[in-house]
Design a protein around this ligand. Structure first.
Ligand code: UDP
Length: 363
C-alpha cells in the first residue's frame, strides 16, 4: 500500500512516530507536514527525538483564522495527493490539519483512515469537535482509541466503518517515557535562564482557545499554583507566551516556573515524576492516567470518559480555590483497569488498514 500521512501538530507527531515505524515495515509512506506547528520545540525536536522520518512535503501553513488555515491546507494537500495518488490518506486526532486533509482526500476519492475516531466532547463551542465530527463522517475507516469512542460512532450511525484498536499515545508513552533521567532535563526558562527540575513539582499545560482568550483564566490558574506546596512547571505554548510573561511580571507569581515547550521525552518524563497534573490538553490527561497521576482538567467538557473514574481526573473551572481543592481529592489507581489498550495499537492500525484495503478488492 502507498499511504499519505498528514500531520501538523505536536500530538500528531507523537502518534505518527509509533504508527509510521510499524507502517514502513511493509508499506510506502509519504509524510506530509502541514506546518501548523512550526517552532523547533513544537515540531522538529519531536521528529529528532522520536526518530520520525523527515516529511516528504512541508507545506509551511500556520496561523490565521480557522477558515484561512483550513482552506490553505486543503489547496496545498490536494496538489500533493493529486501528484502522489496514494491508496490511503491517514490522519490523526482533531486539528485543522486533520480536517483539511480528510476533505481534500475524500473529494479525490482517496479513502481516509482516521485514528482517534469517535472521540466526542459534545460541545460545538470546542473548535476541535467540528474537526472530529466532519473527519469521521467522510472517512472510510474509523479507528477508535477507546470503547467510548467506538460507542460514539454508533450514535452517529458510523459503527459499520469503525473498529477499536487502542490508543497510539499509550503505545508511545510505554515506549518513550522512561528514556530520560529527570536529572538530565534542563528547563529553558522564558527569562533566558535554565533550571534543573526540582525534586517536588506539579506539571501544568494550558493552551486551549477556551482558556487563553483573556487574562482572567490564566491569572486564576497562576494564583492556584501560589497556593500549592511545591512549584509548578509550565512549558508555555506559543499561543500563551506573551500573556504568561506579562502576568507573572505584573502579579509577581513566585511558584510558577515558566519555560519553553519541552520535547516529548522530557514531557513524558515530567508526567512520570510530577506530584500531580493540571492541564487542558487531551493528550496530557491521558498521560497522567497512564502514569497513575492525579489530574485536574481545566475544561467544562469531558474528553476521555475512561479517565474520569475513581477520582483520577476531575473537570475544573479555572478558579484558583477550586483547582487546589480538586487536586486534593483522593484517587484510587486500579492497575488492572487499562482502557487505552495493550500498548500495541500501532500494529492493529496497520492490520486494519491492510484488511480494509483487501476487502475493497485490492491485493
Ligand atoms: N507535550 C510536550 N511538550 C510540552 C507540552 C506537552 O511534548 O511542552 C506533549 C504532551 O506530553 C502530550 C502532547 O504534547 O503528549 C499534548 O499535546 P497538546 O497539549 O499540544 O495537544 P492536545 O493533547 O491538547 O491535543
Amino acid at each position: 500500500m502507498k499511504i499519505a500521512t498528514v500531520v501538523g501538530a505536536r500530538p500528531q507527531f507523537i502518534k505518527a512516530a509509533v504508527v509510521s515505524h510499524e507502517l514502513r515495515k511493509m508499506h510506502t509512506e509519504i509524510l506530509i507536514h502541514t506546518g501548523q506547528h512550526f517552532d523547533y520545540n513544537m515540531s522538529e525536536q519531536f521528529f529528532k527525538e522520536l526518530d520520525i522520518p523527515d516529511p516528504d512535503y512541508n507545506l509551511g501553513i500556520s496561523g490565521g483564522t480557522h477558515a484561512q488555515m483550513t482552506g490553505k491546507m486543503m489547496i496545498a494537500i490536494e496538489e500533493v495527493l493529486t501528484q502522489e495518488l496514494p491508496d490511503w490518506l491517514l490522519v490523526y486526532g482533531d486539528t485543522n490539519s486533520t480536517l483539511a486533509a480528510a476533505l481534500s482526500a475524500v473529494k479525490l476519492h482517496i479513502p481516509v483512515c482516521h485514528v482517534e475516531a469517535g472521540a466526542r466532547v459534545h460541545s460545538m463551542t470546542n473548535p476541535e469537535e467540528i474537526n472530529r465530527i466532519c473527519t469521521d463522517h467522510v472517512s472510510t475507516l474509523l479507528l477508535a482509541s477507546t470503547q467510548s469512542g467506538y460507542e460514539e460512532m454508533a450514535n452517529e450511525g458510523l459503527q459499520s466503518k469503525g473498529m477499536l484498536v487502542g490508543d497510539p499515545m499509550y503505545d508511545a508513552f510505554i515506549e518513550y517515557s522512561n528514556k530520560l533521567d529527570i536529572k538530565a532535563i534542563n528547563l529553558q526558562l522564558l527569562n533566558g535562564e535554565s533550571l534543573q527540575v526540582p525534586e517536588q513539582f506539579y506539571y501544568l499545560t494550558c493552551h486551549r482557545e477556551e482558556n487563553t482568550n483573556d487574562d482572567k483564566d490564566l491569572r486564576e490558574i497562576f494564583k492556584a499554583t501560589e497556593m500549592l506546596n511545591a512549584p509548578t512547571i509550565y512549558p508555555v505554548h506559543p499561543r500563551n507566551k506573551q500573556r504568561a510573561i506579562r502576568l507573572q511580571k505584573e502579579y509577581k507569581y513566585s511558584k510558577i516556573i515558566l519555560c519553553e515547550p519541552v520535547g516529548y521525552l522530557e514531557s513524558a518524563c515530567l508526567v512520570r515524576h510530577a506530584n500531580k497534573i493540571i492541564t487542558d490538553s487531551g493528550g496530557l490527561q491521558r498521560e497522567a492516567f497512564y502514569a497513575g497521576k492525579k489530574c485536574v482538567t481545566l475544561l467544562n467538557f469531558i474528553c476521555w470518559p475512561e479517565t474520569m473514574v475513581d477520582g483520577r481526573n476531575e473537570l475544573c473551572r479555572p478558579i484558583a480555590e477550586e483547582i487546589v481543592k480538586k487536586l486534593e481529592y483522593p484517587q484510587i489507581v486500579d492497575e488492572q483497569y487499562l482502557p487505552f489498550g495493550d500498548g500495541h495499537s500501532a500494529i492493529k492500525i496497520v492490520d486494519a488498514m491492510e484488511r480494509n484495503y483487501q476487502e475493497r478488492g485490492n491485493k
